[in-house]
Design a protein around this ligand. Structure first.
Ligand code: PMP
Length: 366
């Protein structure tokens, strides 16, 4: 049975993408594979405006690149300014710690974005950090950080800029070279609407230079080795998820056909706007601070006296899956994801059913 997915990922794939992935396997050392890898990489490079930076596709979920950023570019026991606006900022902090580096945390009240002045202050107080990490879109709170402005501040202080764009890439703009981003990564199962299993990243020359000075980069996520394979043979050191790369290639072609990057990002912005408007029309309240709303996930306060997981279960019975609250706000919110293949009819069905479910649970609009 088809579930209408408003999850935080995996999300629904375009039918055309699913169709294209029904493909007999071939070797990742073949000419056919090289052509595919090259085409997908160059298309993503264009989408990310990463002429100078190197675009890498590797078999991993997004978190793999989070770890790779720390292992390849931060000196052993080096300091990193980690901005935390929710659960995924905490994951970056933990990644830094577990790899023997030292996080210096700039934390915001949940629901808020990091402001450029605050980052500037934190960097003045901690001039010895080597990098700044930014969660572009915090999936647990539905907040989109002002990436361009934050990256600008970090660059003014001469720091590396690492960006977790797992739930942003493909929906919120990223101009890798122009914004001075040193490493940005995402997962396939989010805004590009692909199956999980592929990590995508853009990496600056400075990261590779630093990597040369760090001997213990590990094996799987050695970015120098990954780049070497790309340059020598348009492939990866370990076996790539070929089907998903076919999916990515097709998805990027669909985006071009739909009018290119700007038209695609506009589609995402409008979809998010519609969902927020409908939520507010119900008399529900948004968790994120105004001005920093996520284009990919809307986090909503539970209506008084109603538990998020109950709404979740009731909607599932009706063939609709949303996402439960996550992290510290688990008990006070529920989430409506809006990534991947979602039709106007899906949105109508979501709100028709949500209205009935809320009414059955005794929620009356005030
Ligand atoms: N960062 C963010 C912002 C995320 O939303 C997620 C997944 N929900 C992750 C990191 C982890 O991604 P993955 O599961 O692909 O490793």
């Amino acid at each position: 049975r088809k579930m209408r997915l408003f999850t935080a990922g995996p999300v629904a794939c375009f039918p055309e993408v699913l169709e294209a992935m029904k493909f007999q396997m071939f070797s990742h050392r073949s000419k056919e594979y090289q052509e595919l890898h090259k085409d997908a990489t160059l298309r993503l490079k264009k989408f990310l405006e990463a002429d100078k930076a190197t675009v890498l596709l590797i078999p991993s979920s997004g978190t793999g690149f989070m770890e790779a950023s720390v292992r390849n570019a931060i000196s052993p026991r080096g300091k990193v300014l980690v901005t935390v606006i929710g659960e995924f900022g905490n994951r970056y902090k933990e990644t830094v710690e577990r790899n023997g580096r030292v996080p210096v945390v700039l934390e915001e009240e949940l629901g808020k974005a990091v402001k450029p002045e605050e980052l500037d202050d934190a960097l003045k107080k901690n001039p010895d950090v080597e990098a700044v990490t930014i969660t572009y879109n915090e999936t647990s709170t539905g907040v989109l950080n002002p990436l361009r402005e934050l990256a600008k501040v970090a660059k003014e202080h001469g720091k590396l800029v690492f960006v977790d764009a797992v739930s942003a890439m493909g929906a919120a703009d990223i101009k890798v070279d122009a914004w001075g981003i040193d490493l940005v990564f995402a997962s396939s199962q989010k805004a590009f609407g692909l199956p999980p299993g592929l990590a995508m990243a853009a990496v600056s020359e400075e990261v590779f230079e630093r990597a040369r000075k760090i001997p213990e980069r590990g094996l799987y996520f050695d970015l120098l080795e990954i780049r070497e394979f790309l340059e020598k043979q348009w492939s990866t050191p370990t076996t790539p998820p070929i089907s998903i790369i076919i999916g990515l290639d097709v998805m990027l072609r669909i985006i071009d056909r739909m009018g290119g990057k700007d038209a695609w990002l506009k589609m995402y912005a409008e979809r998010a706007e519609t969902i927020r408007r409908r939520v507010l029309e119900f008399g529900l309240e948004l968790f994120a601070e105004p001005g920093y709303y996520s284009p990919t996930i809307t986090v909503v306060y539970n209506p008084p006296g109603i538990k998020g997981p109950v709404i979740y279960e009731e909607l599932r019975k009706r063939g609709i899956e949303i996402a439960k609250g996550y992290g510290k706000v688990r008990d006070i919110t529920f989430r409506i994801g809006h990534m991947g293949y979602i039709t106007q009819e899906d949105i109508e069905e979501l709100f028709r059913n949500l209205k009935e479910v809320l009414a059955s649970l005794g929620f009356a609009k005030r």
